[in-house]
Design a protein. Structure first.
Length: 299
């Protein structure tokens, strides 16, 4: 076995201090340096917190300090999200693999998942049914549903084959690979065999208005997949498509849930009512007080 690269504790401490200063000067959270040292070099949290490594003659790293520094410089100068640099992110109880082919799953999306799971309380037909996650990206939503609903089957679609590779790997690492089926295609296109049979349709679609994307922080605007963000002129292109299409896939009493950005829920609630196929339409707020998720039931 190759020996792990070693560095003197004082060199590592100096590097870390400098990296933290660079972070603060660039408006980046300095704790990201420790995240990189932990996930990218194998240092443990306690060692990092106590700082005891600084007095050691040698510290073993899982990759050379020069390589960590190259990664960190990409973080600071190119604004690459640290999750892409280390190839993973924590989300709910999972550690999900992420690459620039997929959106980095956000805490807000946990709200959508919680609500989807809550709809199954007292509804064994939903808990045992078929669910679709449209635009699955890293597979986050599909995997969380599969883990929480052990009798359900989840059908996850994405138009990007590279995203599906990430999602498949995540599902198998999470131990739910046998209950999530992945399909390459646009929205409902690959799910024709499930017409009228879905118990739930869930999505965190691209919902940012096209002209607002370049105003987002550079980590998002420059590095996350545009296709995962861009919702057209008013951000609702995919949402309108989903509202129009879902009724032919959901069985009566099936549920539709969608994540949105601030300010979109009133319009989406109106679209659902105007469609005529849904009832019990409502919205829910995230922890930041934003009306984040819209729910409806198929009549
Ligand atoms: N479903 C994935 C997530 O919520 C991807 C969403 C997207 O790419 N718009 O993270």
């Amino acid at each position: 076995m190759d020996r792990l690269p070693a560095v003197s504790g004082s060199d590592l401490a100096c590097w870390r201090t400098r990296a933290r200063q660079q972070a603060m000067a660039a408006g980046i959270d300095p704790t990201e340096v420790d995240w990189l040292l932990r996930e990218g070099a194998g240092l443990d949290t306690l060692t990092l917190r106590l700082g005891t490594f600084a007095s050691r003659p040698q510290v073993l790293l899982e990759r050379p300090l020069a390589e960590l520094d190259r990664l960190w410089q990409r973080r600071v100068s190119e604004r690459v999200p640290v999750q892409y640099l280390i190839g993973q992110t924590p989300w709910r109880d999972f550690t999900l693999h992420v690459s620039p082919a997929v959106l980095i799953p956000r805490p807000e999306t946990e709200e959508l998942v919680e609500l989807a799971i809550a709809t199954t309380c007292g509804r064994p037909d939903l808990a045992r049914g078929h669910w679709a996650d449209l635009g699955t990206g890293s597979g986050a939503i599909a995997i969380a549903l599969a883990a929480a609903l052990p009798s359900a089957t989840i059908h996850a679609t994405d138009i990007e084959a590279d995203a599906l590779k990430v999602a498949r790997a995540n599902a198998s690492t999470a131990g739910v690979g046998d209950r999530v089926r992945f399909y390459c295609g646009s929205w409902y296109e690959p799910l024709a065999h499930l017409r009228g049979r879905l118990s739930g349709c869930v999505s965190n679609p691209p919902y940012i208005p096209s002209h607002e994307i370049d105003c987002l922080q550079p980590e998002v605007a420059r590095h996350e997949p545009r296709r995962a963000l861009d919702g057209g002129v008013d951000g609702l292109d995919c949402v309108r498509h989903a509202i129009a299409t879902a009724p032919s896939y959901l069985h009566a009493g099936g549920v539709w849930l969608c994540e949105l950005m601030a300010g979109q829920a009133p319009t989406v609630l109106q679209l659902l009512v105007a469609n005529g196929s849904y009832n019990d339409t409502r919205s829910a707020y995230d922890l930041a007080g934003i009306e984040r998720v819209v729910l409806a039931t198929r009549r």
